[in-house]
Design a protein around this ligand. Structure first.
Ligand code: SF4
Ligand code: SF4
Length: 441
């Protein structure tokens, strides 16, 4: 049975929908005691998991039960923010009478959705730096991933997902759209952009990436949000400012006040992250701190040190992320065992409202409406790499007529990856090494 479920998840192309897109059938080849559903959605403004849970709690529970069956885990915990009353109600109703399932309520802080934070909140265990939650006996799966698992068990591949379109658009919304939907179509769907000069962030405002050319961006299995901000919004400037320019400013402005480290959620879990030390090393040219790596390797790039911690308007998150990338490229590993969790961790948590206010996003933190139907564009572009691992090889050619759900990209033999599927019925109009374009029939 376990093998059958894994096979179905693999065939459906399920990947971690909340982040990097790790293939789920590979992630589930382990034996945790606890499976945690991440229904937390801590990034400001994004509401895709909130609505998914409200509308599809039963399917998320079915996905959880399938995962419990194929991993042999004894309990499943659904972690959700207590402020999302309707989602909490739906989940509590859906788990009622199921002895191995429970709902765990979290405060409204950032980054409550970080895997390490969730594992600690639910189990009191700390995942060591450089390890994944299974080291602490847990597997964490995003709500959207579990929804996709429930469909995979029925033989339905991943062809759509929830996306929030918000910010400077006329009608912010959360809607289910086919994978491959052009971002430009989403902007039309949301009534168009209200400002002449704007930037597009794919994902949440803190951890999402800026789109260089929005016309060349398409929804993938991991796209949970599209946020439009004025081009001169401080957040956009912070994300895009040249790093060497930032370093010049940091050399004169970083006063080593240590606030960035004091607020760092990974530091407060005892994981040794110290952004102020990285700033000191970079601005004072202290290579030994950088080479040692212990102050950077546990960083999760949440951005809190920058957007809430630093009063000098510096970007320690960008520097620490660069240092971490370099350390990983040089195969430097953490040698630390987790230290003591800060006994005042709860008091130090950054309330989401404060994060939103500090980031200048209060105007966009509105009640975003939910559209209760799948909205399909005329043409979709299915990227052949939407996951960690190798790109798929196209399984169709130009001129082919494909059905929605038909596999159009296969993982090369023995490679890590996840297959991709047509999200609409139509004609294949373009195939290359990166994508398959399908015109709706
Ligand atoms: S980066 Fe900012 S918060 Fe961190 S030590 Fe320097 S001035 Fe203080
Ligand atoms: S981005 Fe900053 S606050 Fe977040 S984990 Fe890294 S160092 Fe800590």
């Amino acid at each position: 049975m376990k093998e059958q479920i894994l096979k179905k998840i693999e065939s459906a192309g399920v990947v971690g929908a909340g982040g990097a897109g790790f293939p789920t059938h590979v992630k589930l080849k382990c034996a945790p005691d606890t499976v945690i559903a991440n229904c937390v959605e801590c990034e400001p403004i994004i509401k895709s998991d909130k609505y998914l849970v409200e509308k599809h709690a039963a399917e998320i529970i079915e996905g959880m039960e399938a995962v419990l069956e194929c991993t042999g885990a004894g309990r499943g915990v659904l972690a959700v923010k207590r402020k999302n009353h309707e989602a909490v109600r739906e989940l509590e109703q859906a788990v009622s009478g199921k002895k191995n399932l429970s709902v765990h309520l979290l405060d409204n802080y950032y980054p409550a959705g970080d895997e390490q934070q969730i594992v600690y909140e639910v189990t009191g265990r700390v995942v060591p730096v450089g390890e994944i939650p299974i080291k602490a006996g847990c597997v964490v799966l995003n709500a959207q991933t579990l929804y996709h698992v429930s469909r995979a068990v029925l033989g339905i591949p991943v062809t759509s997902r929830m996306v929030t379109i918000a910010g400077e658009v006329k009608a912010p919304m959360t809607v289910e759209v086919p994978v491959g939907t052009p971002v430009s179509y989403l902007l039309e769907l949301a009534g168009g952009v209200k400002v002449p000069e704007y930037a597009v962030i794919l994902g949440g405002p803190l951890m999402g990436r800026g789109a260089e050319d929005p016309d060349k961006e398409f929804v993938t299995k991991t796209t949970n949000g599209v946020i439009i901000l004025p081009a001169d919004h401080p957040l956009v400037e912070k994300k895009t400012d040249d790093l060497s320019h930032q370093l010049k400013i940091a050399k004169s402005a970083c006063c080593q006040c240590n606030y960035c480290t004091l607020i760092c959620p990974r530091s407060n879990l005892g994981l040794g992250v110290q952004p102020h030390k990285i700033m000191q090393a970079l601005t004072w040219n202290n290579a030994s701190v950088l080479a040692d790596g212990q102050a950077a390797l546990g960083c999760c790039s949440c951005g809190l040190c920058t957007y809430v911690g630093c009063n000098m308007n510096l970007s320690p998150d960008r520097f620490i992320s660069e240092v971490k990338k370099e350390l990983l490229a040089r195969k430097v590993k953490s040698t630390q065992t987790p230290g003591r969790v800060n006994p005042f961790r709860n008091e130090i948590k950054a309330p989401s409202k404060r994060v939103i206010q500090r980031m200048g996003l209060t105007t966009y933190d509105t009640d975003i409406r939910y559209i209760d139907s799948i909205q399909s564009p005329r043409k979709v572009r299915i990227l052949l790499k939407q996951h960690i691992g190798a790109a798929c090889t196209a399984a169709v050619k130009e001129g082919d007529i494909v059905e929605a759900g038909q596999c159009v990209g296969k993982v090369p033999e023995k490679a890590l990856g996840a297959s991709v599927h047509a999200s609409v019925r139509g004609r294949v109009v373009l195939v290359n090494a990166e994508y398959v374009d399908i015109m709706k029939a």
